[in-house]
Design a protein around this ligand. Structure first.
Ligand code: DSN
Length: 434
């Protein structure tokens, strides 16, 4: 990234709306001067920003390329076809749907395509790392389908075999007992590789279909750092904005036999007009993820997560599952300070310019609003060019912040150090305030 600061086209185009322009400037400043450690976030390229902020937002395009319900979609068809072809090539998939507005929509559409209302689904427990759409009581999914949940094994306290990994014996037992029509792999807070093969074997043993929700590791899969579930699972859903580094949205790839059902589930089943500007941004991101340098990026994300995990562990914070194999570091704060909740830790880190989110940890005694854990992620900081040395420094800053949580002066010093660290790694030099 160049280091020249200049006014962006956005400044000019928004000059008639100083309120929104000001807020965009504030958020650019926040993203540039604080550490973005939310595991589900990233910095897109400026090419993705340009496509997402384009005239394609003006077009109604209900339907699919060649089968639209509105006129004037000749160019839009080419945009969506380009995105679909790039996505199929990226993952070696038979069919792609790039219209899901979000990962949640993609998951609900996959359920609609694969099973009937009332059918039983076996998916990961929310408090062990599963997603809301994996059957949480708060989600529509639990009202339409009958969810049974598997979790991770118990923590052992043994550093060589720490536990807290997916318990495939439990998955197999639950599958035999409940005979699900669908088994879901994938998580939102789990720091380990999820191997699709044992899930496939268990699904086959009970005649279930298999959905892999790759929302978090999609970029690691595209970059060759994690095994691909494509061709193993019947359907793979994911988000495009986490490790894949595209615009905010979802996508689905599947085997040809499910293509029609998946497409019908998204439109007209679940959504109306697709966001073709976002689909253009997805096309750009899929091409970027196919480049050799994205393989380096995916490997660096994982190496940085390991370095960050080591650094926070050195501060006395216990790592759920004993470490990490992906972009996430899941911290159990009770070892650091039994009184410190995830909520308080998130708030105090925010004050110091370190942005992350509180998270439940397996069998968390506290509520999901309070929690005993923190989830950290390295996808965004790796995009800015930070490496293991910066991760070590960030781990130490986190420790200092949490120890100094009642000391405003000490927090101010950390905040200044964070700002200085970020100055060397600007995510959008061209968008910096003049
Ligand atoms: N909320 C997203 C995350 O942070 O992982 C998942 O939807």
């Amino acid at each position: 990234m160049s280091s020249t600061d200049h006014a962006s086209p956005f400044d000019q185009w928004l000059s008639g709306d100083p309120e929104v322009l000001g807020l965009l400037g504030d958020e650019t400043e926040r993203q540039s001067t604080t550490l973005q450690l939310i595991a589900s976030e990233n910095f897109t390229s400026t090419a993705v920003l340009a496509a997402t902020g384009s005239v394609l937002t003006n077009k109604y395009a209900e339907g699919y390329p060649g089968r639209r319900y509105y006129g004037g979609n000749q160019v839009i068809d080419e945009v969506e076809d380009l995105a679909r072809e790039r996505l199929k090539a990226l993952f070696g998939a038979e069919h792609a749907n790039v219209q899901p507005h979000a990962g949640s929509n993609a998951n609900v559409a996959a359920y609609m395509a694969l099973i009937e209302p009332g059918d039983t689904v076996l998916a990961m427990r929310l408090d062990h790392g599963g997603h809301l759409t994996h059957g949480s009581q708060a989600s529509i999914t639990s009202k339409v389908w009958n969810f049974v949940s598997y979790g991770v094994s118990a923590a052992t306290g043994d550093p060589d075999k720490p536990g807290e990994i997916i318990d495939f014996d439990q998955v197999a037992d639950l599958a035999r007992t409940h005979r699900p029509r669908l088994i879901v792999a994938g998580s939102t807070a789990y720091a380990r590789i999820i191997d699709p093969l044992p899930f496939r074997e268990i699904a086959d043993s009970v005649g279930a279909k298999f959905l892999f929700d790759a929302a978090h590791p999609a970029g690691l899969i595209a970059g060759g750092a994690h095994p691909s579930p494509v061709g193993v699972a019947d359907v793979v859903t994911f988000t495009t904005h986490k490790t894949l580094r595209g615009p905010r949205g979802g996508a689905i790839v599947c085997q040809s036999e499910y293509a029609k059902a998946v497409d019908s589930a998204i439109f007209p089943g679940l959504q109306g007009g697709p966001l073709e500007n976002v689909i253009a941004g997805k096309a750009v991101a899929f091409a970027e993820a196919a480049r050799p340098e994205f393989r380096r990026y995916a490997a660096d994300v994982v190496a940085n997560a390991r370095a960050l995990a080591d650094a926070v562990a050195a501060e006395g914070i216990r790592l759920v599952s004993g470490g990490t194999e992906n972009h996430q570091v899941l911290c159990d704060l009770r070892s650091f300070d039994a009184e410190l909740t995830g909520k308080v830790a998130q708030e105090v880190l925010d004050r110091a310019g370190i942005t992350c989110n509180r998270n439940t940890i397996p069998d968390d005694p506290r509520s999901p609003f309070v929690t005993s854990g923190l989830r950290l992620g390295t996808a965004a900081v790796t995009t800015t060019g930070m490496g293991p040395a910066e991760m070590t420094r960030i781990g130490a800053l986190i420790g200092r912040t949490l120890r100094s949580r009642d000391d405003d002066a000490a927090l101010g010093i950390v905040r200044a150090e964070v700002r200085e660290l970020c100055t060397g790694f600007p995510p959008y030099p061209g968008l910096a305030r003049a």
